[in-house]
Design a protein around this ligand. Structure first.
Ligand code: HEC
Ligand code: HEC
Length: 387
């Protein structure tokens, strides 16, 4: 996990993922027709030698991949001065140089052995340590294996399926109040608090705006200025103040855009059956925090996979996992939903708390008030102005 300076950014730029949903893996594929041309890493930064030709967002997620794989903070690889200035991230350091050599080695291994598919990544060898181990551990071999990571669960042919995806989704819609009540929610504004790495764990105000079927804006009132993420139904943006992000406004493409759309769509969970296709069941039995859950996954329009976890007892959606491809491998983004509360006057519920975890940060949103079916200016969901 990472330190603060690490979270900062990703929070800025991943916030939209934060907001709620989930996407998964999938091809980086061609950009959607409406998508803007994203700013590329070598245009945004001073000294990019290996990770060129990728959008800024993907570049930063690659940094997150490094941090997660080696369990290092941003400033461990970068100079001490990087904590105070984005420009100083361009400083040369021994670990940066070593990392560049590692990228070349990893690409060569994958090319030679796996047809270029990213089977071997930084994490494959490092697994959270700076120096990978070479000697097998007898302590590990003879110890009780740790519980399965709920994010890593996958369908298995031997699993007896007791409920179809349709039934699990119907139970969820029932749990939040039924299809008719859910359909009455067409827009909302909400206020609450946010706290995470990027706010230095200080509780700061957050505002959420949503309009069915797929518009959403989130404004985190950080001390240094607003961190804003928007999805207008076609395009998505992330903006933030200079002290929190090296690039104050970016348009999102690929899986990031997919994620933004999904977050917006899941703001209106009555439509959950329509927002993904190719639903799969057959995941092994799983408990999270001692509660049994049903897991299903589906595909977004772009082909990204999203895993959804439903509490067996309450029927509520309690977790989602989506994936984003980076230059060196795929990173997961998990959202944990809780605190299902009444939407005033509609007889339906939404999760008022959601915690988003990604490769180097974690942020928790807690809504304290929500106003349904209010008029919201369309400009709210468009390209934001950086603070
Ligand atoms: C394991 C080492 C490592 C870690 C950890 C790491 N980086 Fe990097 N970073 C690099 C390398 C290597 C480059 C240069 C990439 C290249 O040349 O293609 C780089 C480049 C950058 C740049 C571009 C600098 C410029 O102007 O040229 C930024 C910004 C950056 N990193 C931010 C971060 C942030 C933020 C984090 C924490 C989330 C982070 N890095 C974590 C190794 C690391
Ligand atoms: C095939 C296995 C393997 C892969 C893949 C791999 N590494 Fe390494 N890495 C190593 C080994 C082994 C060492 C330790 C070498 C040593 O002890 O001198 C190392 C050392 C390092 C170091 C230096 C640590 C130090 O304290 O000196 C950095 C930084 C690093 N790796 C970054 C990365 C990054 C970033 C990636 C992904 C792009 C990556 N590695 C992928 C095996 C790997």
């Amino acid at each position: 996990m990472s330190g603060r300076r690490s979270g900062l950014w990703l929070a800025g730029l991943l916030t939209l993922s934060l907001l709620g949903a989930t996407v998964a893996r999938g091809q980086a594929g061609p950009a959607a027709p409406a998508a803007q041309k994203p700013l590329l890493s070598e245009q945004a930064f001073k000294d990019v030698r290996e990770l060129r030709g990728i959008p800024v967002k993907e570049f930063m997620e690659t940094m997150g991949f490094f941090s997660a794989s080696l369990a290092l903070n941003c400033s461990d690889c970068h100079s001490e001065a990087s904590g105070a200035s984005w420009a100083r991230y361009a400083d040369e350091t021994p670990l940066k140089q070593k990392s560049r050599a590692m990228i070349r080695m990893m690409n060569a291994i994958n090319k030679t052995n796996f047809g270029g598919a990213p089977f071997v990544t930084c994490f494959t060898c490092h697994r959270g340590s700076q120096r990978p181990k070479a000697i097998p551990s007898l302590a590990l071999q003879y110890s009780v294996p740790p519980d399965e990571d709920p994010d890593e669960i996958a369908p298995h042919p031997a699993v007896r399926v007791t409920m179809t995806a349709d039934q699990i989704l119907d139970r969820y819609i029932q749990a939040i109040g039924g299809a008719a009540a859910a359909a009455r929610l067409t827009s909302y504004t909400a206020k609450g608090t946010y706290e995470g790495f990027d706010s230095d764990f200080e509780q700061v105000p957050v505002e959420i705006y949503a309009r069915a079927p797929d518009m959403r804006a989130t404004v985190i009132k950080m001390r240094g200025g607003d961190v804003i993420t928007t999805h207008d139904g076609r395009e998505a943006w992330a903006a933030g103040p200079q002290d929190l992000t090296p690039v104050t406004l970016i348009s999102l493409v690929g899986e990031s855009l997919d994620g933004a759309r999904l977050d917006a769509q899941l703001s209106f969970p009555g439509q959950i059956k329509q927002i993904l296709t190719d639903w799969r069941t057959g995941f092994p039995p799983l408990t999270i925090d001692d509660r049994a859950v049903d897991v299903i996954d589906g595909r977004t329009a772009r082909g990204s996979r999203v895993k959804l976890y439903f509490d067996k007892a309450t029927g509520f959606l309690v977790r989602s996992v989506r994936y984003s491809r980076t230059a060196v491998g795929t990173v997961p983004i998990t959202v944990v939903y809780s605190n299902y509360s009444d939407v005033p006057g509609l007889g339906m519920k939404l999760p008022f708390t959601f915690q988003v975890t990604w490769t180097n940060g974690r942020g928790t949103y807690t809504l304290t008030s929500l106003q349904p079916n209010v008029a919201i200016d369309a400009a709210r969901f468009g390209r934001p102005t950086p603070p």
